[in-house]
Design a protein around this ligand. Structure first.
Ligand SMILES: *Cc1c(COP(=O)(O)O)cnc(C)c1O
Length: 224
């Protein structure tokens, strides 16, 4: 089986599952191409896939250049301040905004480049017991303050919330919490309706909790 046939079969399988699920029909499917070669991105594009996700600036910068202008690129990794100029250049959406200082920088860069940067606010779904400094995202209780802190930044467009389920345990309560955060966010910014949630192992659960954007890597491209 060629790599193209392999990716095509997996992509069709996922799309079939999305079509069959009550909640999946209208969800955006982002294929996470991190660690996979540019040739896989080209195959995916030829198969009709248009939304791609990357965790690292270095990979996103290169791979995004390999796709025509109608491809949509999502950055979902931890933000490093010194990479932001590049990220704002290639990323249509940043999913991992969780620091005011990054928002200030993103806004300035976006204005300089003549764009508005669409951003999801990343929420830490680990819960108070397991929450640690290494995992990204603001605490759910900080959302209102965070939104008011960044609300005057002209180069930022907040589009929704993003979350990653805890490493161990049931993803359902985590995604339910993210959905509550989304409701709060919509009360503050009515247009910010998106929920980025769900990876290969838990996207069906995320869809039940209102995910509008699912981020799938291994279920389409194989194990890394
Ligand atoms: C790697 C990654 C994904 C995709 O994970 P898979 O398990 O391969 O589907 C989604 N979201 C984030 C934030 C990731 O880092």
């Amino acid at each position: 089986m060629s790599r193209s046939d392999e990716i095509s079969a997996r992509l069709e399988q996922v799309k079939l599952e999305l079509d069959r699920s009550e909640f999946g029909k209208s969800a955006h499917l982002i294929v996470v191409t991190k660690t996979f070669p540019v040739s896989d991105v080209e195959i995916l594009y030829q198969l009709g896939q248009r939304e791609f996700g990357e965790n690292r600036d270095e990979e996103g910068a290169v791979k995004s250049k390999a796709t025509p202008g109608d491809a949509i690129w999502h950055f979902q990794g931890g933000i490093q301040s010194n990479k932001l100029r590049s990220i704002v250049q290639w990323a249509d959406y940043i999913h991992s905004l969780d620091e005011v200082r990054h928002a200030i920088k993103i806004s300035a860069l976006a204005i300089e480049m003549g764009k508005q940067q669409s951003c999801f606010i990343q929420i830490n779904l680990d819960g108070p017991d397991t929450r640690n400094e290494k995992r990204s995202g603001i605490a759910p209780g900080e959302l209102s303050t965070f939104v008011s802190d960044i609300s005057e930044l002209p180069g930022i467009k907040v589009v929704g919330v993003m979350g990653v389920a805890p490493l161990n345990g049931d993803p359902a309560p985590a995604f339910a919490l993210l959905q509550e955060c989304s409701t709060l966010l919509k009360s503050l910014i009515p247009g910010a309706t998106f929920i980025s949630a769900g990876m290969s192992g838990d996207y069906q659960v995320a869809l039940k909790h209102g995910a509008t954007h699912i981020r799938l890597g291994s279920s389409i491209l194989g194990t890394r």
